[in-house]
Every structure is written in C-alpha cells, then in structure tokens.
Design a protein around this ligand. Structure first.
Ligand SMILES: [Fe+2]
Length: 320
C-alpha cells in the first residue's frame, strides 16, 4: 500500500575495509512448495515460478530476495551474501588463510559464488551482486489524518500490503560467540548489539540496517524468521489482519523491539518459523562505527507489545 520509494541513492561503500554489503537472498526447503506460494502470496510478496523453484520478490523491485524449493522437511538450505566485485580476491585470500573449505554449490543451485559452511553447518554463499541493502534509512510514514473526513478506509477497502524489501533473517545457532566471530572474521559483518549469549544482531559495514542477520541460541541451526520491510505501522496492522483473515492468525505483535527499534508483527508460517512485518528499523550509516552494547534480554527484547507465544523461539528444524 504505502509505496513511498526513496530517491535512488548512490551505493554506499566504506573505503578500504573488507566486508559483504548485503544479505543477497536465502533458500528455504519445505515439503509443500504450493503451501509456501500461498503463504508468501498472502503475506504480500510477488511469488514467481523460476527454474523449478518458488522465487520471492517484492512488488515493483527487481531483486530476488529468496527462493523456496521442495525438501523432505523444512530446512534453511543456504544463505547468500553479496560483495563488491573488486573485493572478491581479498575474500578468497581470507578464506584460504582461515582454512575454510570451499564447497560445490548444492545440486540445482549452480552459481559462480564461493560456498562454505558456518560453524553450525549452515551453507553460506558469497557472491558478487549489486548492493540490495539500503543506502540510507528506510522511509517511514506516521502522519495524522486530516480534519473533516474519514481517514481510515472501510475494512473491505483496505489495500493489500506489499513489503518493500527483505530486511533481515534470524538464524538459530548453537553458539552465539562462535557465530559472531565467524560472520565478523569471514564476511566482515559487525556486531550491532547482543543480549549475552542468547541473541546477537549484526550489520554490514557499507551502510546497513541495524541488522541484516541475527542469531538466537538453540540446539541446532535453522531459520527463525525472515523479516520484510513495510512503510508504516498501519501497513503492519493491515498485513497482519489480512493474514489472520486467511487462517494465519498465530504470531506475535503488534510490538516494538528495543535492539533495532523496529515495530513488528510476526506471522507464523506453515513450518513453524515466522515472517515478520517490520518498519522503522535503526540504520547504521556507512561512515559510522556503531558502539555495540550487551543488554539484558528482559530490558531489550521488546519495548512494548503482548507477551510472545511460549514456543516463539522453538526451533522446528531440530529433530529430537
Ligand atoms: Fe526480525
């Protein structure tokens, strides 16, 4: 609905330092791809069939933010990060120096990126692509209504919400300090904030939201949620209501996080992970060295909102 596109900004780049600039896309395996098409379509994404996979786009944006393919069970198959082309030789040297094994791309996902595994065994791709992370803080609309008119449309006339872009993903990890060290030392991400060894948020050095990826402690790897940027709190509410009206009422929201400051509503997907409507997340400009803080979870998880569901942090990818 709110389609305020920012003026095209020049690509932000921190000179001299080595780091990825974007979370390029992710690949999720699920048992029923048709179910994924329905869920993400209702969520407001532009879903397309591409090369035997379900591709996730946002309406009016050329970037492909994710793909969903068929698997025997839900699994976060891989995460792909993008770097500037002239940084790739230095990344290759770094991987060699750190003795990180380079792997072939998974079958059916041929690419000329560099593939390896993180400490949890999650497959990671490093590839050359245009910067898809924002070059400035995303626009956010919070404007009062006009006097003398009904400012809210009737419920039946509420427009569909169309997220503007993938904002970030939250992965489960068995070891928060190890995940922070790996993504810092290999991909050049920086710690934004953390709550002890429970959760950690990381940003890119070339201008990035407060987090492009985050990690939460669990018994194994997996996807907790993917987060999609919308333009207003009203968009979050309209989106969540549309999902509830179509059978996806389970979730958490409306609320506001402290670390990242974003307003949120999480909708549980058919596989036990979540898609988040998010807006007004903090932004770390290219020329700022963010001072990371370690904040107690009870004071930093959310500023306000309902209590999260009991199983909010359950990792359905771990088979016991
Ligand atoms: Fe999130």
């Amino acid at each position: 609905m709110t389609q305020i596109r920012s003026m095209a900004q020049p690509t932000a780049r921190r000179p001299g330092e080595l780091g990825v600039h974007s979370l390029d896309h992710f690949n999720l395996l699920v048992r029923d791809v048709a179910e994924a098409e329905k869920f993400y379509g209702l969520f407001g994404l532009d879903t397309r069939e591409e090369g035997g996979k379900l591709a996730l786009y946002t309406h009016g944006h050329p970037h492909r933010w994710g793909t969903v393919a068929e698997g025997t069970r839900k699994k976060m198959n891989y995460v792909s990060f993008a770097a500037f082309e002239d940084d790739m030789p230095r990344f290759r040297e770094r991987l060699e120096k750190l003795r990180i094994d380079r792997l072939d791309p998974p079958k059916g996902f041929e690419s000329n990126g560099i593939w390896f595994r993180d400490p949890d065994g999650t497959l990671v791709e490093l590839r050359v692509a245009e910067k898809s992370s924002p070059n400035q803080k995303a626009t956010f609309e919070m404007k009062g209504g006009d006097a003398g008119r009904q400012n809210a449309p009737n419920r039946s006339k509420a427009p569909r919400v169309q997220p503007r872009r993938l904002a970030h993903i939250l992965l489960f990890t068995q070891d928060i300090p190890k995940a922070i060290a790996f993504y810092r030392d290999v991909l050049g991400l920086r710690l934004s904030d953390r709550s002890g060894d429970l959760i950690a948020f990381m940003h890119g050095i070339h201008g990035s939201d407060h987090h492009m990826i985050a990690f939460v402690k669990s018994d194994g790897p997996g996807l907790h949620h993917c987060s999609w940027d919308v333009g207003s709190i009203n968009d979050i509410g309209v989106g969540a209501t549309h999902m509830a009206d179509n059978g996806f009422a389970y979730g958490w929201g409306l609320g506001r996080h402290v670390l990242g400051s974003n307003y949120f509503h999480y909708i549980r997907d058919p596989w036990g992970s979540y898609s988040e409507y998010s807006c007004d997340i903090d932004y770390i400009p290219v020329d700022q060295d963010w001072q990371a803080a370690d904040q107690p979870p009870e004071d930093s998880f959310y500023m306000w909102g309902p209590n999260p569901p009991e199983d909010f942090a359950h990792n359905f990818e771990v088979i016991n």
